[in-house]
Design a protein around this ligand. Structure first.
Ligand SMILES: Cc1ncc(COP(=O)(O)O)c(C=O)c1O
Length: 409
């Protein structure tokens, strides 16, 4: 059989594919982008004559996909988080609970909104720890929870929402890694007051940069649209509340100039239609690779609960029983042989990967001992959607051989 992404070089497996290669834009998106460039009206609003309504259509289509009333497109996932926090009422000095395992733009957005992040511990399945959430909600007096479904891992949302109801917490969901995912049949992004998505190149949809905020709350929606920088042109939105709702907010919301461009929307619209088809493919790749990796000594891929319908564009595993030196040897052999694995336990932040104790601007963090232990062994790799069954076997062979060499070195 043809095996383009593997090579028998030497006597060990090598993966020749590029795990960092982005997914191409569907032809329909390319055509729409070209049409728009010919027209020249890349800004989403028109003044005398309206522009092509790509952004408004995307928002309408994404809201329909999510089953939410409103949607606002913005310029990045991080800005979506910032806008959602502000639109939900976060003011300077407000405490915002957030799970300690997340990516740098999440505490970044909280800081940007003037909030103070209160880190909540995680479990060995990489999700927020319910008991610690309960404790920290009580002890900190926070009124907000940013629940970040980091790398697509979804906590028991019934338990999370129960704690939030008890402590009257406003929930904002970071769905940067859960587009199309659900918990017990309910889509992530529909549990809280507002939810945020990213369209950055390595997410489930790719427009380079881009973000979406969804909500069912008309005041949050109007504030989000105004904050995103709609000027007084918000009537051109489609997935928006009635115009009289804007009257309540239009003198009070700063214009933060975080708009989505029509070009981004044009590229994204056909991708929204593909989410479910792509999710099924990602789940198939993940299931195959997870099964293979879990057989390698020192590697554990935590099982996923049945209620968690996840969309795995990446795979995480824990390394156990290895010294830091052995982990470093394992990673460097794997990388040398074409499998780029990232390590959350590395002492220094590198590339996209950093950890809560690297975010020193947070000040004195509340203790998250389980997160410290879990992150120490946590590895992460991207799963491009084009991976074949043969690719999965080659990747597993590379990691298996790297482990034998590292653990016996
Ligand atoms: C968990 C998480 N949330 C939010 C973001 C922010 O998205 P963006 O890169 O679009 O700003 C990212 C980005 O990688 C992320 O990983």
């Amino acid at each position: 059989m043809d095996a383009p992404n593997s090579s028998p070089a030497g006597n060990h497996a090598v993966f020749e594919g590029d795990l960092s290669a982005p997914d191409p834009i569907p032809q329909e998106g390319i055509d729409a982008a070209v049409r728009l460039m010919r027209d020249g009206r890349l800004f989403r609003y028109g003044e005398d004559r309206t522009s092509l309504p790509e952004a408004a259509l995307l928002e309408e289509e994404f809201a329909a996909y999510m089953g939410t009333r409103f949607c606002a497109g913005v310029n990045s996932g991080g800005c979506a988080l910032f806008i959602a926090l502000k639109a939900c009422g976060v003011s300077p000095g407000d405490k915002v609970l957030v799970n300690a395992f997340t990516l740098a733009p999440v505490p970044g957005a909280i800081a940007h909104a003037g909030g103070e992040a209160v880190l909540v511990d995680i479990t060995e399945r990489f999700v927020i720890d319910i008991d610690d959430l309960d404790r920290k909600a009580r002890d900190s007096g926070a009124r907000y929870l940013m629940v970040s479904y980091m790398r697509g891992h979804i906590p028991d949302m019934d338990a999370v929402m129960e704690v939030c109801r008890r402590h009257d917490l406003t929930v904002i969901e970071d769905c940067a890694h859960t587009m199309g995912a659900s918990w017990d049949g309910r889509m992530t992004g529909t549990f809280g007051k507002a939810a945020c998505f990213s369209a950055q190149t390595f997410k489930h949809v790719n427009s380079g940069e881009g973000g979406l905020v969804v909500t069912d709350d008309e005041d949050v929606a109007a504030r989000a649209i105004l904050l995103s920088g709609s000027y007084m042109l918000y009537a051109q939105h489609r997935a928006r509340p009635d115009l009289d709702v804007f009257e309540r907010h239009r003198y009070d919301m700063p214009n933060c100039s975080m708009r989505m461009s029509s070009l981004v929307a044009a590229v994204l619209r056909p991708q929204v239609r593909l989410i479910d088809e792509r999710s099924a493919k990602w789940r198939q790749i993940h299931a195959e690779l997870a099964g293979l990796l879990d057989r390698i000594p020192h590697i554990t891929v935590p099982p996923r609960p049945e209620k968690e319908q996840f969309v795995p564009s990446s795979l995480q595993f824990s390394l156990e029983g290895l010294s830091d030196e052995e982990i470093e040897t394992f990673l460097s052999i794997a990388i040398e042989r074409g499998v780029h694995v990232k390590w959350f336990g590395a002492p220094e932040p590198a590339g996209f990967t950093s950890r809560h104790d690297h975010w020193r601007y947070l000040g004195k963090a509340t203790g998250v001992p389980k997160a410290d232990a879990v992150l120490h062994g946590l590895c992460d790799m991207r799963l491009p959607i084009w991976l074949t069954s043969h690719d999965c076997k080659t990747i597993a062979a590379v990691l298996g051989e790297a482990m034998v060499e590292a653990a016996n070195a």
